[in-house]
Design a protein around this ligand. Structure first.
Ligand SMILES: Cc1ncc(COP(=O)(O)O)c(C=O)c1O
Length: 355
């Protein structure tokens, strides 16, 4: 604490990211990174920029990256906004689109960065409780709001809704922006990006993606948002009032190559989904109750064993998962899907702990 902190800094409760431990030989299943490497083409493209050209600033607009994203998703480059990780994109979304006269709505159990941005930017928010089975009930969002945001699939639950459900939410919510955070969309969730194609693009739907998960580039820090060109223009105004060069040359080059290598993404996502379904079966055999997941993580609890204890017992065995000390979800563990081998180690450790 310093007397020089501004009043807002004194009130902040910053987001706590999942731990990045320095211990060697641990099974790291706590921050939903990919267990497989990035596209070799992305690594080669990054190497290709590692030269004296780095003395020059990068393209502030990221034109080539926007073109690659637009091409992949069948959009116009004017519909694409890029940022230093989707966390930065989300920050600009809160500041530029969700700070309105009415409160922004999001689920009670969701990505815990959302309320942090609200505090930082002085945005009023209302949490909408998930249903009994941790599902999103669209009818609960039929109230006046200054914007709606949730991840699909939701985090940390892993549960998703369909594109047509999002379409129906959109048709009942015409006076504020609906933001769908599709950080984990590539593991079996229907993306709503197709709704943005062509002249029928809704003026109030924004979809946010990251290259940190299915494209295995969490260390590069690249995320993007797609939507109506007028929404994107608003985000550009915020970005250019904050940092004109959020993505360096290495990040832009690596991201373009990664976006172009769809085959690599599909292969690694398929492996993650296979491992997920085997892990869910194995945990089921051990008596765990797991929510249906279309993400690269699962949310699971054991009726006879406390979440904190399981978390600690795994940690003592060098296996790191995520545990949230929050109402409604204290008994759950969020476990990132790793390799088959890591899953095997996790299941073996849990067997030992339960015994
Ligand atoms: C739902 C959700 N959105 C966004 C992010 C941010 O990802 P990044 O800033 O790495 O793009 C995360 C990261 O865990 C997330 O879980």
């Amino acid at each position: 604490m310093s007397r020089f902190w501004s009043p807002v800094v004194q009130t902040l409760t910053p987001y706590t990211p999942g731990e990045q431990p320095q211990m060697q030989r641990l099974v790291k299943l706590n921050t939903n990174e990919s267990p497989y490497g990035p596209s070799p083409k992305a690594l080669a493209a990054i190497d290709g920029q590692n030269n004296e050209g780095l003395r020059l600033y990068p393209d502030p607009e990221g034109t080539a990256l926007k073109q690659a994203i637009a091409k992949l998703h069948g959009l116009d480059p004017k519909q694409v906004f890029i940022g230093n990780g989707s966390d930065e994109v989300l920050a600009h979304v809160f500041a530029g689109l969700l700070k309105q006269n009415k409160p922004v709505h999001f689920p009670d159990i969701t990505y815990s960065f959302y309320p942090v941005y609200c505090k930082l930017f002085g945005i009023d928010y209302k949490v909408v409780p998930l249903g009994k089975e941790f599902e999103i009930n669209l009818a609960d969002y039929k109230t006046p709001n200054g914007g709606i945001i949730f991840p699909n699939p939701n985090a940390p639950t892993g549960r998703s809704i369909t594109r047509s459900e999002i379409e129906s939410l959109l048709s009942q919510n015409k006076d504020s922006v609906l933001v769908i955070d599709e950080a984990y969309v590539d593991y079996g969730t229907e993306s709503c990006i197709p709704l943005l194609r062509g002249s029928d693009c809704p003026e109030n739907l924004l979809v946010v993606h990251t290259l940190s998960k299915s494209r295995a580039l969490a260390g590069l820090r690249v995320g993007f948002a797609v939507g109506h060109p007028a929404l994107i223009e608003g985000l550009e105004r915020v970005k250019n009032s904050f940092n004109s060069y959020p993505l360096g040359r290495l990040a832009q080059a690596g991201a373009i190559a990664a976006i172009e290598d769809q085959a690599h993404l599909e292969q690694s996502s398929a492996k993650v989904m296979q491992t997920r379904s085997k892990l869910v079966d194995d945990l089921n055999t051990l008596g765990f109750e797991t929510l249906p997941s279309t993400a690269n993580f699962i949310f699971t609890r054991h009726p006879q064993h406390a979440g904190t204890k399981l978390y600690q017992a795994l940690r003592d065995r060098g296996i790191i998962v995520r545990h949230f000390k929050l109402p409604r979800i204290e008994e759950f563990l969020r476990i990132t899907i790793g390799t088959n081998e890591q899953s095997g180690e996790l299941v073996a450790a849990l067997k030992e702990i339960l015994a």
